[in-house]
Design a protein around this ligand. Structure first.
Ligand code: PCA
Length: 321
């Protein structure tokens, strides 16, 4: 033990806190402080601090301020940071199984989403484990709806619009609907709309509210298309370096965070949809035709996915069904 650390340990013991050396971890997350995922993660961090009497504190860096969203997974993998959060389906280019939760209309309510997570979790854990990553918890966004700047009755009405995408699945859907997708991180949504770079998006009521959608668009169609999940992973080596009591505290806080996160997400759905209304966004159910046409696009995407996901993917769908 370095003298500095020895001193800290002695001081901690004298103060009656604990004999272990206090450690501080940096945790990058992509979403802003107002977002429920970030609030849930801050609670997780507080729980870890409390349960370990401050032996381990986790400092949350929100809105991509420490690492940009696309870099977070590799930052944890390489050990630049021990823990981080990202949108699971962003890894869909590595393995289609990671993106099963963004297949339109495959699992479009919380009950189905929970079953899909149970069916896919073992494979997701196995694939991430090979990269030296351990899954701590995963929490869904509310069901995804369509935001536009005009009334939309059919897919034809969407043709030619520039569309804000957040993963490969939303890009594919946009293209199939005749739109032109551009990848925009959620903290950059207001600017992308304000400058005319994009004119439509599909995301949750939560993200509509956190980006103040009423400032730049008029309509929200509650399509309930899918529930994409965020995932929190930890670097296995960093985890192994913790003593057993601290490891147990992290895992207990993680399982509480998963449960709390799903409840927060469910409560958000109606509350944030109401906030959209309160601020003047016209909230409506999609027309029968729009629903049918989006479903047809979803069916095509599921069929394509089944091919690209191979045996692993088919096993996940079988377990789900
Ligand atoms: N919000 C995130 C992902 C899905 C969601 O509801 C976003 O729009 O980037």
């Amino acid at each position: 033990m370095k003298p500095k650390h020895l001193l800290a340990a002695v001081a901690a013991t004298v103060m009656g806190i604990s004999s272990a050396v206090a450690e501080e971890w940096n945790m990058p997350v992509p979403y802003s402080d107002a977002v429920f995922h970030t609030k849930n993660i801050r609670q997780f961090a507080d729980d870890v601090t409390a349960a370990t009497n401050g032996d381990l504190t986790i400092k949350v860096h929100s809105a991509g301020s420490l690492f940009k969203h696309p870099e977070i997974k590799n930052a944890v993998r390489s050990g630049q940071v021990p823990v981080g959060e990202f949108l699971l389906s962003r890894l869909g280019n590595e393995n289609a199984v990671f993106a099963v939760d963004t297949l339109p209309f495959l699992a479009s309510n919380y009950d189905a989403a929970s079953k899909l997570w149970a069916a896919s979790r073992p494979k997701v854990e196995e694939l991430l484990d090979k990269q030296g990553l351990q899954v701590l918890f995963s929490v869904p966004w509310p069901p995804q709806g369509l935001y536009t700047k005009k009334d939309v009755e059919t897919v034809e009405d969407l043709k030619g619009l520039s569309f804000r995408a957040y993963n490969a699945g939303t890009e594919t859907l946009a293209k199939k609907a005749g739109m032109a997708p551009t990848q925009v991180e959620s903290p950059d949504i207001p600017q992308a709309f304000a400058t005319g770079r994009v004119q439509a998006m599909i995301t949750s009521p939560s993200t509509g509210v956190s980006s103040k959608a009423w400032d730049f668009l008029t309509n929200y169609y509650d399509t309930q298309a899918w529930l994409p999940k965020n995932i929190v992973v930890i670097n296995k080596k960093s985890f192994r370096r913790l003593d057993k009591a601290t490891q147990d505290a992290v895992m207990a806080a993680a399982s509480a965070a998963e449960k709390r996160g799903w409840e927060m997400s469910m409560a958000e759905t109606d509350a944030k949809t109401q906030t959209l209304r309160d601020n003047g966004v016209t909230v409506s159910a999609p027309s029968g035709q729009l629903t049918q046409e989006l479903q047809a696009i979803g069916d095509e995407m599921v069929a394509d996915w089944m091919e690209s996901a191979g045996d692993d993917g088919r096993a996940v769908i079988k377990a789900y069904r």
